[in-house]
Design a protein around this ligand. Sequence first.
Ligand SMILES: N[C@@H](CCC(=O)N[C@@H](CS)C(=O)NCC(=O)O)C(=O)O
Length: 281
Amino acid sequence: MPTITTTVTSAEASGVVTTQTTTEATPEPAAASGALPSSEGIRFLYHAGFSGRLEGAMMVCEDAGIPYTIDTDMAGYFGEGGISWAGGKSPGDGSYPAFFTPVLFHNGFTLGNTNAVTAYVGKLAGLYPTDFETDMAAMGMAGYAADIWSESYAARSSDDKGDAFLKDCDYDYAKGKAPGRFKKFCLFFEDYLAKSGGPYFHGEACNYSDWLVFSALRAAKGMWPAEMVDPFFQTPKLKGFFAAMNARKGSTAYLGTDKEMPMLYPSMLPEDYTAGTEPGF
Ligand SMILES: N[C@@H](CCC(=O)N[C@@H](CS)C(=O)NCC(=O)O)C(=O)O
């Protein structure tokens, strides 16, 4: 443990000089010692009116009963009119800057990126793998969830409104990015869950990456008419995963309560869907 040594030398009126040295333990910041900070005071920054990529982190907090607040003052962090890093100096406390939302502020620390923010609260919530390989596997799974978010958003706002994304996977280098990635992802998840034994992606213990995938798939479910997306979720293990996640406190304390926000912004909803496609299976 680091110490502070203080030497005080004093000359008294008698002319006697005394030197006193005291050594005491320095209080260490939680981060430096490796100890986890208290989960009090978590604040997220996100867009007003929808939960989007913040949903996973919120549900992790709900699962563990961790209090949090949501700040929607984008200008307060990104500057007037900004919804992501706009160049120049990032405000704050000396932490690294965050590029876009969701952002977490806690204990004077600022953290950007959905996966990092969800892993952070996951660690405080006890929803973080304790062994090295599962830790790495969860990071991989979190990355797949991020891909689904990005690809779904891009597909839904493209000219075909996601037609190709939801089709049978049809790799063709000449067409650029593979159409049909969504179905392929869902089949991959089924395979992964079969290996893990379920109900979660890494076995019987839920971790933050389960919430990230759950949330990413819920987002995709929210973007297209049910008959187009639900067929992808009918394989046995994936159904079991959804059932297990829906039954957890993180879901029951949030979904269907007055805390629940719309997950998506209006142009991502199925209402303006015009392209037509057959469900993948
Ligand atoms: N991969 C990033 C993507 C973050 C992202 O694109 N966030 C959206 C909100 S959900 C955003 O801030 N978009 C505005 C922009 O990129 O300027 C993450 O997961 O954190």
